[in-house]
Design a protein around this ligand. Structure first.
Ligand SMILES: Nc1ncnc2c1ncn2[C@@H]1O[C@H](COP(=O)(O)OP(=O)(O)OP(=O)(O)O)[C@@H](O)[C@H]1O
Ligand SMILES: [Mg+2]
Length: 181
């Protein structure tokens, strides 16, 4: 993409990782930081999107793909109008994330790296407990796969680094890429 087009477009920070890895936590903090800088930003959080745009969809590969692709579509509309987006979706499949990368200019994939053991310890929504008891199926990391990113713009370790440190790393990456001042 030409520099001018790059500047006119918004960017997308795409947070991917296991449930409990810290996507929503980081997204909230990052949104605040970007707004403070006067940037236009919309946030798409998996749980919230599943209550409206993706209402009725489940957790099969097909439904997860549909859910993710709806968000990709809306992001595409926003960024071409200069609005930035923060996406926090587990987005466990490489093929879906590759599709997002292809569809979205200024795509910044951030891998929220956290061991499954630590996510199970955190279990902020009690989902792992339910999955391990067999009460829910299709839980990523338990019955369903999580395909680790191979070419993320940024990998954050949410076990060794604090949310604050990780938000700073995203801001630094956005600066290095020339998306923010
Ligand atoms: N360094 C850290 N970064 C982010 N979250 C952390 C960190 N250390 C502890 N936590 C805690 O881990 C939990 C992460 O939960 P969060 O809801 O952000 O995960 P998520 O990736 O959005 O999960 P889901 O996919 O289920 O929505 C929170 O309770 C948060 O306070
Ligand atoms: Mg979340």
């Amino acid at each position: 993409m030409k520099t001018k087009e790059r500047k006119e477009h918004g960017f997308v920070v795409w947070l991917t990782g296991l449930s409990g890895s810290g996507k929503s936590t980081i997204a909230r903090g990052l949104e605040k930081e970007l707004r403070t800088r006067g940037l236009k930003v919309e946030a798409f959080d998996g749980d919230e999107v599943r209550k409206n745009l993706s209402k009725g969809l489940g957790f099969s590969k097909e439904d997860r793909d549909t859910h993710n692709k709806r968000v990709i579509y809306v992001c595409k509309l926003l960024i071409r109008n200069g609005v930035n987006a923060i996406v926090s979706l587990i987005s466990p499949y490489r093929s879906t994330r590759a599709y997002a990368r292809k569809q979205l200019p200024n795509f910044v994939e951030v891998y929220m790296k956290c061991s499954l053991e630590e996510c199970i310890r955190r279990d902020p929504k009690g989902l792992y407990k339910k999955a391990l008891a067999g009460e829910i199926i299709n839980m990523t990391g338990i019955q369903d796969p999580y395909e680790e990113p191979l070419n993320s713009e940024l990998t954050l370790n949410t076990e060794s680094d604090t949310s604050k440190q990780n938000i700073r790393k995203i801001l630094e990456k956005l600066r290095n890429l020339g998306y923010i001042d």
